[in-house]
Design a binder for this molecule. Structure first.
Ligand code: UDP
Length: 474
């Protein structure tokens, strides 16, 4: 059996960027792509990560690789095929890298044996298909064990690390110790921010590229009020609005019209009414996204002081093989919800979104983000937090933890509010203020959109990746 699963990639036109980034920047993008394509000379640019759906890495690969394809680059995407034991170990690495104990077990010899068996097989599988001249981009800790096998072929191998923590502790350092010797063999390492770069890596091989969002994807494309309303009511999340003629269609990657037909599993709470004030967090069911803290802070500090509703929306947990903790985190959130007062249960909504149709899932997330009066991201740890940029792009005021890459995106008090990750009162008070002051919320949302336009759109990441490959191939 193959140790990797290929993921199909669409082809998207770079021309889409022209109206958003302006003509000179667009021409620069086209020129750089033409040079990159010439340098690759028809060779493939392989990407490997641990999931095709759910989470920020998959989200970015879908778009960035499609623009590469659209510009004539032979971009390929493979997902590492692991069993439960492998993903339990890689989730442990992920948790430890973020200073969280996770399942409480160590990254010992047994963990390494499990890790190496899968990553070595994946490396050998890819090695059989690579030819000299190809380049490889491996994403996150799940794939670094492939580096030694691939380096024997002499092709350029880049490790793209999407995770990181501001202040590494002992647990984090030991997790890094688990990965370091593989990582050092790569030709370049890409981190999302300077604070995440490990001091024992070669600075000459280190590159910084912040994540970005695709303004034109089903997740971020413009939606009219009729579409927002239509998509949410088709998904079963909101009563239809008598004042708006609902339209559940949205543009898919291939631009054929799509229609949201399958309801979301709104497993808790009543459907929203069109005039309910909505506070939203969109996140995987992961302890580091702190679903219980999001609910607790809302119940303690927002519920008594406003009429707002909280929606916590995450993917259906069965769909995400690389995150074995999803099930238990969702179960804990449901249990917590079950113990709330009647009034709190009326106003808290736990939503699991099917992942069978990724664009449909994205359209529902898009509609939720546009419908929200305030978006929160109260994570305990966050490499970057694409959900923050997504909400900011939609001119939403965001209240988020003062951690990781969130601090790069939000200028505190201007394009959003930063709060201590465990400061429930600060989070609740900021939400109440914004929910009760639409003018302040709109002003903050306007600045948030400009912030994303200036720094976090895919065109910037694409230019940086091309520059990196030019450096490696010249
Ligand atoms: N997401 C989604 N559906 C969901 C929950 C999350 O499409 O039900 C997306 C979300 O919109 C964002 C990504 O998953 O694009 C999460 O990326 P982020 O960087 O915020 O966190 P990660 O999951 O990578 O830790």
């Amino acid at each position: 059996m193959s140790a990797l699963t290929p993921v199909p990639i669409a082809a998207l036109p770079l021309e889409r960027f022209a109206p958003v980034i302006g003509d000179p920047a667009y021409r620069r993008l086209m020129d750089r792509f033409a040079r990159g394509r010439d340098l690759l000379g028809g060779h493939a640019m392989w990407n490997v990560n641990s999931t095709a759906r759910g989470g920020g890495v998959a989200e970015m690969l879908v778009s960035l690789l499609a623009y590469g394809r659209g510009a004539g680059i032979d971009a390929r995407w493979e997902v590492i095929r692991g069993d439960e034991a492998f993903f339990t170990v890689t989730k442990r690495i992920h948790n430890h890298l973020h200073g969280a104990a996770g399942d409480g077990r160590p990254l010992d010899g047994e963990a390494r044996a499990v890790y190496e068996a899968v990553t070595r097989a994946a490396g050998e599988d890819l090695a059989n298909r690579i030819v000299p001249g190809d380049v490889v981009l491996l994403h996150d800790p799940q794939t670094v064990g492939m580096i030694p096998v691939l380096k024997r072929l002499g092709v350029p191998v880049v490790w793209r690390c999407h995770v990181g923590i501001d202040d590494p502790d002992g647990l984090t350092r030991r997790a890094w110790g688990f990965l370091r010797d593989y990582v050092r063999q790569a030709d370049a390492y890409v981190f999302s921010r300077r604070q995440y770069v490990w001091g024992d890596l070669d600075p000459a091989k280190t590159v910084l590229i912040a994540p970005s969002i695709d303004a034109f994807s089903a997740k971020n494309q413009e939606l009219s009020q009729a579409q927002v309303s239509g998509i949410l009511s088709a998904a079963g999340l909101q009563d239809s609005d008598p004042a708006v003629d609902g339209d559940a269609s949205f543009a898919r990657l291939d631009t054929s019209p799509g229609r949201v037909e399958r309801p979301a599993e709104a497993d808790q709470g009543r459907p929203l009414r069109p005039d309910d004030v909505m506070v939203l967090q969109v996140s995987r069911w992961d302890g580091l996204k702190d679903p219980l803290g999001v609910i607790d802070g809302f119940v303690r500090h927002v519920l008594p002081n406003s009429k707002a509703h909280l929606v916590y929306a995450g993917p259906s947990v069965e769909a995400i093989a690389d995150d074995p903790e999803g099930r238990s985190v969702l179960a804990a959130a449901r249990e917590y919800y079950g113990a709330l007062s009647d009034e709190a249960r009326e106003r808290v909504h736990l939503v699991t979104l099917p992942m069978t149709d990724l664009e449909e899932n994205a359209a529902v997330v898009n509609a939720l983000q546009r419908r929200a009066h305030v978006v929160v991201q109260k994570s305990i740890a966050e490499g970057f937090g694409l959900t923050v940029a997504e909400a900011m792009w939609k001119s939403r005021p965001v209240v988020a933890s003062r951690i990781g890459g969130i601090q790069d995106q939000i200028e505190d008090g201007r394009s959003g509010w930063l709060v201590g990750p465990r400061d429930l009162a600060a989070y609740g008070n900021a939400v109440v203020r914004l929910a009760g002051d639409p003018r302040a919320a709109a002003a903050m949302g306007g600045l948030a959109r400009l912030r994303v336009r200036g720094g976090y759109l895919g065109s910037r990441s694409l230019l940086q990746y091309i520059a990196l490959f030019e450096r490696l191939l010249l």
